[in-house]
Structure formats: structure tokens, C-alpha cells
Design a protein around this ligand. Sequence first.
Ligand SMILES: [Zn+2]
Length: 65
Amino acid sequence: MMRCPNCKSKDIGKIGANQFYCWGCFIELTLSNGRLSLHQVESDGTLSSLDDLFAEEERRVNSDF
Ligand SMILES: [Zn+2]
């Protein structure tokens, strides 16, 4: 089970092939090469990356879906 690296919520919805959305903190998660990229959706609809806030290890996904 994947957890949100940001809020540790398991309440994550799938919105695309490799894209997920956290309902706990409302960020978008993109899975690639076993790692998550985190993006916050701004009020104007643009995405800003949150990757810098997390260590490589925190973004790694160990389990599959
Ligand atoms: Zn979250």
C-alpha cells in the first residue's frame, strides 16, 4: 500500500496510468522508475514541484499496487 510521503495518508486515488492524487493533502503524485514525484496544484491550475522537500528515500515506492 502506498502512502503519501507528505502527510502519510493512505487515502490515495488513482487518476492516471502512473498518476495518483492524495486526498489527505491534495497533492499530485507521479510514479516513475519506482519513485514518486510530488506536485502541488496551485490555485491558478499550475503545478509546482515538491520534490526538493523530500529525500530520495522518502519518495521511493517499495510496494506495487
Ligand atoms: Zn498527502
